[in-house]
Design a protein around this ligand. Sequence first.
Ligand SMILES: Nc1ncnc2c1ncn2[C@@H]1O[C@H](COP(=O)(O)OP(=O)(O)OP(=O)(O)O)[C@@H](O)[C@H]1O
Ligand SMILES: [Mg+2]
Length: 253
Amino acid sequence: MPEQVPLLEIRGLHVSVGEREVLRGIDLAVAEGEAHVLLGPNGGGKTTLLNTIVGLPGYRVAAGSLRFRGTDLLPLSVDERARLGIGMAYQRPPSVRGVRLRQMLDVAAGGELPETTVGTLVDQLGLDDLVDRDVNAGYSGGEMKRSEMAQLLAQQPALALFDEPESGVDLDNIAVVGEAMNALLKGPRATEPRAAGLIVTHTGHILEYVNADVGHVLYAGALACRGNPLDLIAEIRRQGYERCVECEACRPQ
Ligand SMILES: Nc1ncnc2c1ncn2[C@@H]1O[C@H](COP(=O)(O)OP(=O)(O)OP(=O)(O)O)[C@@H](O)[C@H]1O
Ligand SMILES: [Mg+2]
């Protein structure tokens, strides 16, 4: 049987930001519909990896490859990558003055959304007070996360990157964010193909709502571990990152 091309395939990726080489040989394959969790200490390069995948400027790829369904992503711009089906909920999304969230949802969808679809997103994510305000302008931390989820749901990407989706979100709204993630990752109907996900989390709280297939620890610029995400979080809690990545299971992938 021919081997299936991964949705996302990263090989030997080295990335520098400013003067610093942050990623030093990342290897990762995400199959269609798989949900992966990315753990790692502050400043370890998780956001750098996600920003490099979406193609934000300022992330210099010094070596390695980045492929999406076999297509080389490196020559492609952010919008070309978005059109291929890569979407991201940012850890700290910027404010966009002069653009209302309602308009941004249309941009994410690649065309004007029917009013009923906007209404469903507004209800699903509690956006009544936000949808006619400028994107992220003065939003609270939790409001930003819900706005990010709405944009991803409007886009319906094949690969959704979630950078700390639960950080700053209150306990009621974690469920709202988690359900939105599940709607993407599982699809509204079981027969539909699911989006794949790459989820950055420190606490793992979001995993009470989202089923993840596999977890990785990003440590010292590379992926040090591969395992059940909840087991990895428990291990890190028990003995910290430094000792966790020394354990038997932590072999280079
Ligand atoms: N523009 C920049 N210039 C210089 N250094 C940068 C720049 N952007 C990021 N860095 C550095 O790159 C390193 C990795 O940052 P990154 O945001 O990817 O970490 P992270 O794993 O997402 O951390 P956290 O868990 O705190 O979100 C950090 O040391 C950060 O200060
Ligand atoms: Mg980060």
